[in-house]
Design a protein around this ligand. Structure first.
Ligand code: GLY
Length: 370
C-alpha cells in the first residue's frame, strides 16, 4: 500500500505524462499554467529566462522514476531550446547553474550522453567567466549592476563543483569556494536570515549596500531567498565537507522552520505585514528539499520532520490534481512586488521542487545537484 508521498509522486507523474505532450505541441518551455489554459512560456528574455532548466529537470525526475522514453524525449526537446541560447549571450547570467545542471547535466548523469556533458561544461565555463577576482560571481548583466551578487547563486555553485570533479581541474571549485565564503561573510545575518542582494564595489570587492530584491523591503526576509540559502549552503557542505557551510545551513534552517505557518504553507516574506496574505509555496518546496538533504548531512532527523510539515501543507492545500490546469503546485509567487512573473499561481519551478522532494522521500531522486 503506497504511503501518501508515493501516492502524490505517482499522481504528479501521471499528470505530467498527460500534460508534457501539450508543451511539445505549444513549442514552449513551460514556465507556468493557469486554470483552463495551456502551458505558458517564460515572461521575460525568451528561452534564456533563468527558469528554463526546471521543466527538463522535471522530465528527468519523471524519467528516473519510470524510465519512460516519452519523458526523455520531452527533456531533450526543451534542452535543444536551451542550448540554442548559448548564442544569445546577452541574456544568460549566473543562473546557467539552474538552467543547465537540471537539463544537460541531468541527461549526462542519467544516460551518459557525451554531448550533454560538453554542454554542461560549456555552461560551467560561462559561470566561471562571471567571476570577479574581487571576490564574487556577478549575478546579472545590466551595466549598472556590475557589482551585484545574490543569495540564489549558492544553488548555481553546484555546477562549478561538478565541473571540477568532472575535469580534475580545481579552478571551478576554487571560484565556487571564494563566492561561498563571500556569501557567508556578507549575506548571513545574526538571526539566521539572509539578504537577497548585496552590491559590491566591482574594483575592490568592498561592500557597498544591500538591496531588497524580490522581498518585501530592505532588511526583510524574502522566503525564497531563505530557501536558496538553506539548500545552497547544504550543497556547499556536501561539495566541500567545510563545516562552516553546514553551520550556516543549520542557522538558516532554524530561522526558516520558525516561520512555517500553522497550515504548512510559506509566506512570501517572513517580514510581510500580518494583514497581507501573500504566499509562496515554491519557497516551501525548495526548503523541503534542502531540509531533507540537511537532515542527512547534519544527522539531525528534526530537519526531515520540518520538511514533512511543509510537504504535508502543500499536499493538503495546494496541489491541483484535476485537469483544470497543466501544472500541479499552486499559490506560488515569483516576486513580492512584481506580479508580472506570476502571483499565487502555478509555476513550473514549484512543480520541479515538489517532485524532487517527493522523489527524495520515495527513493527515486537521481541527485541532480551533486
Ligand atoms: N533566482 C530568482 C528567483 O528565485 O526568483
Amino acid at each position: 500500500m503506497p504511503n501518501r508521498y508515493e501516492d502524490a509522486l505517482h499522481r504528479a507523474i501521471d499528470k505530467f505524462r498527460r500534460t508534457s505532450a501539450l508543451a511539445a505541441q505549444a513549442g514552449v518551455i513551460p514556465y507556468k499554467s493557469e486554470p483552463g489554459g495551456p502551458w505558458i512560456g517564460s515572461p521575460y528574455d525568451g528561452n534564456s529566462w533563468w527558469t528554463g532548466g526546471f521543466w527538463p529537470g522535471l522530465m528527468w525526475q519523471c524519467y528516473a522514476a519510470t524510465r519512460e522514453e516519452a519523458f526523455l524525449r520531452e527533456a531533450r526537446r526543451a534542452q535543444r531550446l536551451l542550448t540554442d541560447e548559448f548564442r544569445a549571450f546577452r541574456y544568460l547570467n549566473h543562473d546557467v547553474g539552474f538552467m543547465y545542471l537540471l537539463s544537460c547535466g541531468a541527461d549526462y548523469r542519467l544516460t551518459g550522453d557525451r554531448q550533454a556533458r560538453e554542454d554542461t561544461l560549456h555552461a560551467a565555463s560561462l559561470l566561471m567567466g562571471r567571476f570577479n577576482p574581487a571576490g564574487f560571481i556577478r549575478a546579472w548583466n545590466e551595466p549598472e549592476r556590475t557589482g551585484y551578487a545574490i543569495i540564489d547563486c549558492m544553488m548555481n555553485l553546484s555546477l562549478l563543483f561538478w565541473a571540477s570533479r568532472e575535469t580534475h581541474d580545481p579552478r571551478f571549485a576554487k571560484v565556487a569556494r571564494i563566492h561561498a565564503d563571500t556569501t557567508l561573510r556578507e549575506f548571513l545575518r545574526p538571526d539566521g536570515s539572509v539578504s537577497h542582494i548585496i552590491e559590491f564595489d566591482p574594483d575592490t570587492g568592498a561592500r557597498v549596500r544591500e538591496w531588497p530584491g524580490q522581498g518585501y523591503a530592505l532588511g526583510s526576509q524574502w522566503s525564497r531567498g531563505q530557501a536558496w540559502g538553506l539548500y545552497g549552503f547544504t550543497l556547499a557542505f556536501r561539495n566541500t565537507g567545510d563545516r562552516r557551510y553546514l553551520d550556516a545551513a543549520c542557522a538558516i534552517a532554524d530561522n526558516f522552520v520558525r516561520h512555517i505557518r500553522p497550515d504548512g504553507l510559506t509566506d512570501c516574506d517572513f517580514c510581510q505585514p500580518p494583514t497581507e496574505e501573500r504566499i509562496d509555496n515554491l519557497a516551501g518546496a525548495i526548503a523541503a528539499c534542502g531540509l531533507i538533504e540537511l537532515a542527512d548531512a547534519a544527522e539531525t532527523p528534526a530537519w526531515r520532520d520540518a520538511a514533512l510539515r511543509l510537504l504535508d501543507g502543500l499536499l493538503a492545500h495546494c496541489c491541483d490534481w484535476t485537469e483544470a490546469r497543466c501544472g500541479v503546485l499552486t499559490m506560488c509567487t515569483a516576486s513580492y512586488h512584481d506580479d508580472g512573473a506570476g502571483r499565487h499561481t502555478n509555476l513550473t519551478y514549484g512543480d520541479y521542487f515538489l517532485v524532487e522532494a517527493l522523489a527524495r522521500l520515495c527513493g527515486t531522486d537521481p541527485g541532480l545537484w551533486i
